[in-house]
Design a protein around this ligand. Structure first.
Ligand SMILES: [Zn+2]
Length: 115
């Protein structure tokens, strides 16, 4: 049985292909992607493999530092971003659990505007 996913079949296949090719291990995809919005400690980036079964827009809030653990400044700014930018632009915040995270080395939160 396949793993449940919020991606459509097509997007999931594209994502699995990338994983099998080992691209995710070679360099950090989250560090690589250009921001659509920049804060002091965070950037907002589009998800290249959106949860497109449910998402019309699927972006991610990512720390500028390549880190799995947030420091105090990052935590504080996230609360500000959450109650302003994120609240204004998305309907849901989603954090994958460790079982589901494909890039556990770089902290990220999914933000979704549903279809
Ligand atoms: Zn990174």
């Amino acid at each position: 049985m396949s793993t449940p996913t919020l991606r459509t079949e097509e997007t999931e296949a594209r994502y699995q292909k990338l994983k099998e090719d080992g691209i995710l291990e070679q360099s950090c995809a989250l560090c690589r992607v250009e921001p659509k919005h920049l804060f002091t400690y965070w950037k907002i980036i589009p998800n290249e493999f959106p949860y497109d079964k449910i998402a019309k827009v699927h972006d991610m809030a990512v720390t500028l530092r390549h880190t799995a653990e947030l420091n105090e400044e990052e935590r504080a700014e996230f609360e500000v971003i959450k109650s302003s930018y994120i609240n204004d632009n998305y309907r849901y915040l989603l954090e994958a659990t460790t079982r589901t995270k494909s890039i556990p080395a770089h902290f990220h939160i999914h933000m979704i505007e549903i279809k």
